[in-house]
Design a protein around this ligand. Structure first.
Ligand SMILES: C[S@@+](CC[C@H](N)C(=O)[O-])C[C@H]1O[C@@H](n2cnc3c(N)ncnc32)[C@H](O)[C@@H]1O
Length: 244
């Protein structure tokens, strides 16, 4: 049987083409999903709250060199650009369609530095960013891709840099959307790696990845959103020797 996703496999991670071609790799889907009401509905009406909390945490960080690790539908990128202006925002993604969309949201040539890379193997040098922002990327990845991406985020962060993660919370077993079987079923059908992500303890995974690089990670802030269905968490990355 003809498998549509194979058409999107060219230099794209297998999981992205296989499970998310319709969301991120197809031009028409980018047009469709990039409407604020649509992306807001996907996040159960919480997009603005999640973005505002992300921006509030970003305001506390060093804006010297900020990386948005992969593109996001909606207003997040223009808001990040505005918040750190006149410093340019670095953004990287594997999908040319998403990079073109991010580019279309900038007002001037110099405010967005746009590169095509796999988040699991970034081409940036180590210790170069002051802040790295991950907005709903991790739950879309299989565990190995997630671990590689976190390892890369830690690697490219300079000592005392901030990793800002906006994501689904850990297993929300008391939340109505989780307890109500139809919403849990639909969400985990559309997001095949979410269940694994729900069962992972992010601080432990980060610590493990940091340790392997002679670094350490300390949680700075944590905010539950939508009664603990989502979270916005910031971590500081230091060199392990600094921690001793
Ligand atoms: C940030 S995540 C989810 C964002 C969220 N659903 C939204 O748009 O509001 C989606 C982005 O991650 C990108 N992506 C996924 N895996 C990637 C990888 N391994 N390397 C680079 N980009 C990746 C996709 O191309 C897509 O643009």
């Amino acid at each position: 049987m003809f498998k549509i996703y194979k058409h999107f496999l060219k230099s794209t991670p297998d999981y992205l083409a296989r499970y998310y071609w319709w969301a991120y790799l197809w031009k028409r889907s980018a047009w469709f999903f990039d409407h604020q009401p649509i992306i807001n509905a996907i996040l159960f009406g919480q997009y603005n709250k999640l973005m505002q909390q992300t921006m509030a945490e970003l305001a506390k960080t060093d804006h010297h060199r900020v990386l948005q690790l992969t593109c996001v539908y909606g207003k997040l990128t223009p808001n990040l650009i505005h918040a750190i202006s006149p410093t340019p925002l670095h953004i990287t993604d594997i999908s040319p369609v998403q990079l073109a969309l991010a580019n279309s949201k900038k007002n001037s040539e110099h405010e967005l530095l746009n590169t095509r890379m796999n988040a699991e193997h970034l081409g940036y040098q180590s210790d170069v960013f002051s802040t790295v922002v991950l907005f709903f990327l991790l739950h879309e990845m299989p565990p190995e891709a997630r671990a590689h991406t976190l390892s890369e985020a830690i690697r490219v962060l300079a000592p005392n840099g901030t990793l800002l993660i906006t994501e689904y919370a850990e297993l929300p077993k008391h939340h109505v959307l989780y307890r109500f079987f139809p919403t849990r079923w639909v969400t985990t059908k559309l997001e095949p790696f979410l269940n694994g992500f729900w069962h992972e303890h992010l601080p432990d995974v980060l610590q493990q990845q940091a340790k392997a690089q002679g670094k350490a990670v300390e949680q700075l802030t944590h905010t539950n959103i939508f009664k603990g269905f989502y979270r916005v968490t910031s971590f500081q990355v230091t060199s392990a020797t600094h921690k001793d």
